[in-house]
Design a protein around this ligand. Structure first.
Ligand SMILES: NC(=O)c1ccc[n+]([C@@H]2O[C@H](COP(=O)([O-])OP(=O)(O)OC[C@H]3O[C@@H](n4cnc5c(N)ncnc54)[C@H](OP(=O)(O)O)[C@@H]3O)[C@@H](O)[C@H]2O)c1
Length: 295
């Protein structure tokens, strides 16, 4: 039977964040630290950088190989974001070992991020996410799973990468996304982590569904770059006589065209549109430029 946990000396909730150094994790740490009644512990494979604030606890560990007892000790909730983003065994081994350690440490709440449509789009990485969900559901630690849509930073790369090539580059025009602001996801995960375990929580996506060609139009307008992208409908890609993708890839692309990566049931929607996110990023870059220009 799980041991009773003594409250922390300060009465603050203690939260371990895996993947805390990543794109989303940095916002989760900031959102937790903004709530002053929360003690944050970061888990990373790396040592803490020299500018790490003194109040932030740090556990250096690889989820797949290192002992995790010290990382979970005294923790009330774990927010699990770490991922190699590959379809190999690493992420599944990581969640198994984390669940095991969390059970032994009587952690009260395990919050795991997943991806909307991981059960509908046959991407190998999504199969890994399904396995992670299954391990979480079988855990003896109370849990919440929050499936999330692609981040704005993800769809940004879908356009920025081909747009950076020196030649006109094709994009598949009719793939669909409902991208979401990472900071809003972070706020939502913190809210879930500090509340009662939800099991399968409502999925989270952004405020609008956009095709890739619409995303590219917003991106080009915001960047002021000349169009170097050639929109091609998926039908034309699949019907190409010479370079048609294999059936496994076609099924993945058809899943995105059918918007299987957007919420189908209960949902929480962010408010920040992709255009807002691009503008905020530009403004933040300009503000940083002004600051460094003054020094
Ligand atoms: N990007 C999207 O659009 C999207 C959408 C929905 C859900 N998600 C999910 O959201 C989560 C966070 O995504 P992200 O884009 O923020 O990821 P990211 O920037 O790639 O960061 C990945 C993090 O995982 C940690 N990590 C990787 N392998 C590890 C290991 N073996 N042991 C310990 N830590 C390990 C890394 O920490 P160190 O390098 O410091 O060790 C890093 O902080 C992922 O689970 C992802 O699948 C992403």
């Amino acid at each position: 039977m799980a041991a009773e946990r003594a409250p922390s000396a300060t009465g603050a909730a203690r939260v371990l964040v895996t993947g805390a150094t990543g794109t989303l994790g940095r916002h989760v740490v900031a959102a937790l630290e903004a709530r002053r009644a929360v003690g944050v512990r970061v888990l990373s494979r790396r040592e803490p950088p020299p500018d790490t604030p003194a109040h932030r606890a740090w556990a250096t560990a690889d989820l797949t190989t290192d002992p995790l007892e010290a990382a979970v000790e005294g923790v009330d909730a774990v927010i699990h974001l770490a991922s190699t983003k590959g379809a190999g065994d690493g992420d599944v081994i990581g969640i198994r070992r984390l669940v095991d350690a969390a059970e032994r440490a009587s952690v009260r709440h395990l919050v795991v991020i997943s991806i909307i449509g991981c059960d509908r789009i046959p991407l190998p990485f999504y199969a890994t996410k399904l396995q992670i969900e299954a391990v979480t559901r079988a855990a003896r630690v109370p849990w919440s799973i929050v499936r999330v849509a692609q981040f704005h930073s993800f769809v940004d790369r879908l356009v920025a990468t081909p747009a950076s090539l020196p030649l006109p580059s094709p994009i598949i025009a009719d793939l669909r996304f409902q991208p979401v602001d990472e900071r809003e996801v972070a706020e939502r995960l913190v809210e879930v982590a500090l509340g009662q375990p939800r099991g399968d929580a409502p999925e989270m996506a952004g405020p609008e569904v956009l095709t890739l060609v619409e995303i590219a139009a917003v991106w080009l307008a915001e960047s002021g770059r000349a169009a170097s992208l050639v929109p091609v409908p998926l039908e034309a890609v699949l019907g190409a006589s010479s370079a048609a993708p294999p059936a496994s890839v076609a099924a993945i692309l058809e899943g995105y065209r059918a918007a299987e990566n957007t919420p189908h049931g209960d949902r929480t929607l962010g408010r920040v549109r992709f255009a807002d996110w691009l503008r905020q990023r530009r403004d933040a870059g300009q503000a940083r430029g002004h600051t460094s220009g003054r020094s």
